[in-house]
Write a protein that binds this ligand. Structure first.
Ligand code: DX5
Ligand code: ZN
Length: 219
């Protein structure tokens, strides 16, 4: 079944506490924590996401889905493991070589979290295949990482289908998460393509009733 991971990147300043509590009541399956270092992507949300995730840890038992858009993955894994996230996802493009990918997978597991690998729109899906047996989730970016409120890149639908076919053919049990421009219109298409975890930020946070949108995205 489909799960929803709400991105808190664009939560309104000053309304964080009530937003997180309302999201919990609205039964989001995860809080999606968008960690940006100002190097891998232009924005720097590092400190803010450290604060938000520590706060969420204190007020909620819901799992956190940490999306690292950073160059120094090791440092970020150490920093964010403090809040015991359910899953930590790093970008394949931030790794120099295969050894570094495997090192990051091992480091995240040693810190007790599940592992995700994210790929940017221009990265061919085949580049992640060799790591699939070692990880729990593949995050297909459906927008260029770096900010919320963008439009889903339609070419990504085929990428989701290709990955879905590959994991089915090779009997690999892994989640396919999609992130960026997911809303009531695009949700149907990414689910039909094979995604089973939908990240949504804007589509949920602009709604007057989060639960209505979350339920609709899951349907
Ligand atoms: C973008 C982030 C996404 C983004 C999703 O770099 O990884 O999680 O915040 O936001 P929306 O749903 O507004 O596209
Ligand atoms: Zn994200």
């Amino acid at each position: 079944m489909v799960e929803v991971s709400t991105s808190i990147l664009t939560v309104e300043q000053g309304k964080e506490a009530e937003t997180f509590l309302t999201l919990e009541k609205s039964k989001t399956d995860y809080f999606h924590i968008d960690v940006m270092d100002g190097k891998f992507v232009e924005k720097d949300t590092y400190q803010k996401m450290l604060e938000y995730s520590s706060y969420i840890k204190r007020i909620s038992n819901l799992p956190m889905d940490v999306h690292l858009m950073v160059e120094d993955i090791q440092r970020a894994v150490e920093d964010f493991s403090v809040v015991e996230p359910n899953i930590i996802t790093f970008h394949l493009e931030a790794c120099e070589n295969k050894e570094e990918v495997q090192k990051n997978i091992k480091l995240i597991k040693e810190h007790g979290s599940r592992v995700g690998i994210a790929i940017k729109p221009e990265t061919p899906i085949e580049e992640v295949y060799e790591y699939l047996p070692y990880i729990h989730m593949c995050l297909i970016m459906t927008v260029e990482p770096g900010k919320g409120g963008q439009t889903l890149i339609k070419d990504m639908l085929e990428k989701i289908e290709t990955l879905k076919r590959h994991i089915e053919k090779n009997n690999i049990d892994i989640d396919i998460e999609v992130d960026g421009g997911i809303n009531l219109k695009t949700a149907e298409r990414v689910k039909n393509a094979g995604a089973n975890i939908l990240v949504a930020g804007t589509a949920i946070l602009v709604a007057s009733d989060y639960k209505v949108i979350i339920d609709e995205l899951k349907r």
